[in-house]
Design a protein. Sequence first.
Length: 165
Amino acid sequence: MRNLIPILMVLTGFWSANVLAADLKIGFVDAERVNRESAPADEASKRLEREFQPRVQEIQRREGVIKSAQAQFEKDVLTMSENDRRAREQDMSRQIVDLQRLQRELQEDLNLRRNQELGALLERANKIIRQIAESEKFDLIVQEAVYRSPRIDITDRVLKALAGK
């Protein structure tokens, strides 16, 4: 009799876990796909491109100026005085350092703005995910998983809802 009670408790635990799992409705959203394929992500990408295009063009212009100056320097180096050569080398070094600073600043600003845009997209997506969860009676929706069945993937519904807003 003593051995029977623990066995019955274990079997009851397995049975109740199976009953609870059968009623659980789980969904999955591929957050990377939302960031990559959603209409708001595409709009944000275009906005960032327009916003940073003048700075990118300025950097490209400066790169061209530096390349031209380097080519001219290489052509003239044999006929230059030592002072002229040193002065032009210092000028080109200063221009290169300035260009690198501009590139770093552009990258930092772009990363900051991209994170702001992705944060706003994430807020919108999470709001839509909550609406879907409430309207369709989901118990749990996850955004990361080692494995997920395609039948619980609601990413397409989230993408469609993001496109409609």
